[in-house]
Design a protein around this ligand. Structure first.
Ligand code: SF4
Ligand code: SF4
Length: 150
């Protein structure tokens, strides 16, 4: 039997979350599914509006989440023990990064608002403005760099 999610589980340290709680922490923004470019000299990472081929640009969800690694082996699987290496290039608004840094979730997070649409209504998600990677040559990703912090 699946255990119910504990009240306000998102306030607990990441390594104390159950697997369903870990999954439920995601705000559904889709930002981590944008392709990134890393400056070889400075190591600076910038996001582009070119999205992974499995991202649904309207729902902001992965079209094949459970079996995504079969199609996109480079997809990064977030885990409490790997956050130390991953957090720095996750979007600043990402719930996992916020909690890793000991910060609270934002009011628009569906766990706080109780409504999965608030992440979209607040303009946080990637809904409606991504370009699928199969439509853009990788050499042209620089033209799609997002200047503002995500
Ligand atoms: S950026 Fe973080 S909160 Fe947003 S979809 Fe990715 S894992 Fe979930
Ligand atoms: S495989 Fe799915 S979860 Fe991974 S980056 Fe692509 S759309 Fe996102």
């Amino acid at each position: 039997m699946t255990k119910p999610l504990r009240p306000e589980f998102w306030t607990l340290p990441l390594d104390r979350l159950t697997p369903p709680e870990w999954e439920a922490l995601c705000d559904g923004c889709g930002k981590c599914c944008l392709n990134k470019l890393e400056d070889e000299e400075t190591g600076e990472v910038v996001f582009t509006s070119v999205a992974c081929r499995l991202l649904d640009g309207e729902t902001c969800r992965c079209a094949q989440y459970d079996i995504r690694l079969q199609f996109v082996p480079e997809c990064i699987v977030l885990k409490p023990e790997t956050m130390r290496d991953i957090a720095y290039f996750m979007p600043a608004s990402c719930a996992y990064r916020l909690r890793y840094e000991g910060k609270p979730l934002h009011d628009w997070h569906p766990l706080i608002s109780g409504d999965p649409e608030t992440v979209h209504d607040a303009g946080i998600s990637v809904r409606g403005w991504t370009t699928p990677e199969f439509e853009v040559d990788e050499d042209d990703w620089e033209d799609y760099v997002i200047e503002e912090e995500l």
